[in-house]
Design a binder for this molecule. Structure first.
Ligand code: HEC
Length: 174
């Protein structure tokens, strides 16, 4: 009995301490504060498991066609992906180096992500990172599949191809 009472008292004290820490403003929300290693580890595991579970749409039959890849390059440019991730022959903007987690170079991760995973990430975004939801930004499912097809091909798209495919593309604005 005594033992249980002690555990209860301890739990209450921990709760009060945590409330004082977080609501008292002691927790630092600065973007420059590195997350503790276990937090980064847990967030990464949760993100990967969540994407694996949710990403189960099947790509359209035309996935990866030359026309679809080219349409994807245009949508990639119009929706501003290069701002944060860069593109063939296009450097990301300096501002993306101030983001935590930082936006990865997509040609390095393209092989690790399936078409369904790419589609899901671009459609929904990733919470608590700077990765936006492009469904909310107005992209249609067709556009998002084409972006996924383009990202899959990124490692083999030349600077010249990207330049000619995206010539004259205007950024989407509100
Ligand atoms: C405002 C900056 C920003 C823009 C614009 C942006 N992203 Fe991202 N993106 C991020 C960040 C930050 C991450 C890293 C999330 C993480 O580490 O969990 C990310 C992650 C991703 C990932 C997952 C990478 C991985 O390793 O799992 C993909 C794929 C991706 N973005 C594709 C795109 C595409 C395609 C577009 C355009 C339609 C786009 N992003 C636009 C910031 C951005």
């Amino acid at each position: 009995m005594r033992f249980l009472a002690a555990i209860g008292a301890l739990a209450i004290l921990i709760g009060i301490g945590a409330a004082a820490f977080f609501f008292g403003g002691y927790y630092n929300v600065a973007g420059t504060t590195a997350d503790p290693a276990p937090v980064t580890w847990a967030l990464t595991r949760v993100r990967v498991a969540s994407i694996n579970r949710h990403a189960n749409d099947s790509p359209p039959a035309s996935f990866g066609d030359a026309a679809m890849v080219e349409a994807g390059a245009k949508a990639y440019a119009a929706f501003g992906c290069a701002t944060c991730h860069g593109a063939p022959g296009v450097m990301w903007l300096k501002l993306s180096e101030g983001m935590h987690p930082y936006p990865p170079d997509l040609k390095k991760v393209a092989a690790d992500l399936s078409p369904a995973q790419l589609f899901w990430i671009v459609k929904n975004g990733i919470n608590m990172t700077g990765m936006p939801s492009f469904a909310e930004a107005g992209a249609t499912d067709n556009e998002i599949w084409s972006i996924a097809a383009f990202v899959k091909k990124l490692p083999s798209v030349s600077d010249a191809d990207y330049k000619s495919w995206t010539a004259g593309v205007e950024p989407k604005q509100h």
